[in-house]
Design a protein around this ligand. Structure first.
Ligand code: ARG
Length: 576
């Protein structure tokens, strides 16, 4: 069954054809001026050009051809040739009737595997606001792809073999030369317990990085330690093993706090063995060239409008880079999953150049043929003053602090609403708050972190949308059973029209790809429901047919908000 927009487009196409015009121009979209009408078609301009007639005349001819349509109504021509109209109530009803409650009319047509690379922490470093954003956006994208029918796999990619690891190892070597990890004669076994806690690691890392900045000798030691680690020195590997176990446990704790999980925890270390072979291949085929002692892959393309430096495969000291490991990772993914159709990377938008270099290298070398490579860059999380959100000491706020602060606010909100002490509910509100506030914006946009506003039960917030779904659920529970959809009255129509827009909202999210059209649709439905409920008695309605028809709309509302929120990783509580 076609969606409402498809039905309208078919009606417009028919009218264009009836006027001897190209039916493909009858494209319908939601109106730019919803106060005038719900839909518009701008095809008269192109049709007029082709027919060498004034657009207004063409638009009027098309409008006249629509007079007897069952699908559109209130047709008018505005300005130089915009065709404005509403959907008929019959069309809205039939589109809605075709939407089942489980999928709301969206088929699962996707095939193949999609890997979504998101949430990637840097071991031994505290996860920060940026990691929170990639975690939320990536998790929602994974859910959206899965709903569309793909096998969607989330991979939290750990940058676990670079210089920072060498910095930490050499720092410990300086502080604790007596540890067995640093004794080349030690034959093992190494201690099973880590000689440090995660909190100590987090503290030592910035000190180690600073020491390397200040002192070239330390820098060299750190570089050497990173190379030795990469080459498999057993003591370093053992120490690094502790560091990785603790780092993964900490990352998992953060992900768990938001109900996020990953199918794959494959990081740089997992593809380390592929690096030399890929390097030889690139060099052998002339795709990589020596440059001042380094090995680089030139990736400039005709038509580039900004400078495009080459991908650095080996630095002059022989070390692999962030680019090297991402090329190897992509190769590995394409080989491991022969049905891979897409790889999506959610990272800070300032990494756009890095990913462009990686994608171009893979394309040049044919390492991921047939795989759609997508970078989703996220913007900055700003404070209520509109400037990048920083802690008092000037750093980025920690992931866990943001979660804790939002949870605290959520508890306070519940106390205000007389629901003090319900900890599970407070967590659900916290998640709805953080996820919705982020995901309602396009990922690349900056957004303002303001827990006071974001947890409010009113306004464009997660808790507001949740509240409307809970309300709808409570009505259904009291009624016992939902009725069948019936004819739409004036007060029911706007809600029905909003519900009918789901297939297009989902299609937009998939095409972008971005969760924000799904979040925006959930909000629109919540608002339309709130207005409907203000205008239409449901449980107290005396006429049984009207009551049943309204209940059916309540059930649709509940189902659609629940579905949309589940794709954002937000679950609707029973009450709030
Ligand atoms: N760890 C990186 C960061 O904190 C993000 C990793 C993104 N994924 C990738 N395959 N490069 O910015």
């Amino acid at each position: 069954m076609p969606s409402l927009l498809d039905q309208l487009t078919a009606a417009l196409a028919g009218a264009f054809a009836a006027c001897g015009l190209d039916p493909a121009l009858g494209v319908v979209r939601e109106s730019d001026r919803p106060e005038l009408c719900a839909f518009q078609c701008n095809g008269a301009f192109a049709a007029a050009k082709a027919a060498r007639r004034p657009p207004k005349e063409v638009a009027e001819a098309v409008a006249a051809a629509l007079i007897d349509s069952d699908t559109v109504q209130n047709v008018s021509v505005a300005g130089p040739g915009f065709i404005n109209f509403d959907a008929s109530r019959i069309a809205i009803s039939s589109a809605l009737a075709a939407q089942d409650n489980a999928r709301c009319g969206v088929p699962a047509t996707g095939a193949g595997t999609i890997i979504v690379d998101y949430g990637g922490p840097n071991p031994a470093k505290a996860m920060h606001a940026g990691h929170l954003r990639t975690t939320l956006i990536g998790d929602a994208l994974k859910r959206i792809f899965a709903f569309a029918g793909y096998r969607a796999l989330g991979n939290t990619h750990l940058n676990d073999l670079g210089l920072p690891m060498g910095q930490i190892i050499s720092e410990y070597a300086a502080r604790h030369p007596e540890w067995p990890y640093f004794d080349p004669a030690f034959t093992g076994p190494y201690p099973a317990e880590a000689p440090f806690t995660y909190a100590e690691l987090e503290e030592i890392y910035p000190q180690a990085a600073q020491a390397c900045k200040d002192d070239p000798a330390r820098r060299n030691l750190a570089r050497q330690a990173a190379v030795d680690l990469q080459e498999g020195r057993t003591g370093y590997r053992a120490l690094w093993g502790h560091l990785m176990r603790l780092s993964k446990a900490d990352a998992k704790r953060n992900f768990d706090s938001l109900g996020v999980s990953f199918e794959l925890w494959r990081g740089e270390a997992d593809v380390h063995g592929l690096i030399p072979g890929i390097g030889r291949d690139l060099k052998g085929r002339g795709l990589a060239v020596e440059s001042e002692g380094a090995l680089v892959v030139p990736v400039v393309e005709a038509g580039d409008t900004r400078p495009m430096p080459p991908l650095m495969y080996y630095k002059s000291d022989g070390a692999a880079t962030y680019g090297t490991t991402d090329v190897a990772t992509l190769c590995d993914r394409a080989q491991t999953y022969p049905d891979l159709v897409r790889a999506v990377y959610v990272a800070d938008r300032r990494q756009a150049l890095h990913f462009e270099q990686v994608f171009r290298t893979a394309r040049l070398a044919g390492y991921a043929d047939g795989v759609d490579l997508t970078f989703v860059g996220y913007g900055t999380m700003n404070g209520p003053d509109g400037r990048p959100f920083k802690t008092r000491s000037g750093g980025l706020p920690r992931f866990d602090d943001i979660v804790a602060e939002t949870l605290e606010r959520a508890r306070a909100r519940l106390a205000e609403a007389g629901l003090r002490g319900d900890e599970a509910l407070a967590r659900q509100i916290m998640m709805a708050t953080l996820k919705f506030a982020d995901l309602v914006n396009p990922p690349a946009a900056d957004y303002v972190f303001d827990p006071e506003r974001m947890t409010a039960f009113e306004g464009k917030t997660g808790p507001y949308v949740l509240y409307q779904a809970v309300r709808a659920g409570a009505i259904l529970e009291k009624a016992g059973s939902a009725g069948a959809l019936g004819p739409l009255g004036v007060d029911e129509t706007p809600l029905a029209l909003t519900l009918a827009a789901w297939p297009e909202a989902f299609a937009q999210a998939l095409a972008a790809p971005s969760p924000h059209p799904v979040a925006a649709q959930a909000y629109r439905v919540a608002q339309a429901f709130s207005r409907f409920y203000g205008a239409c008695p449901v449980l107290s309605e005396a006429d049984p047919a009207t009551r049943a028809a309204r209940l059916a709309l309540v059930a649709r509302t509940r189902a659609q908000i629940t579905l949309a929120l589940s794709l954002l990783g937000i679950y609707v509580p029973k009450q709030m």
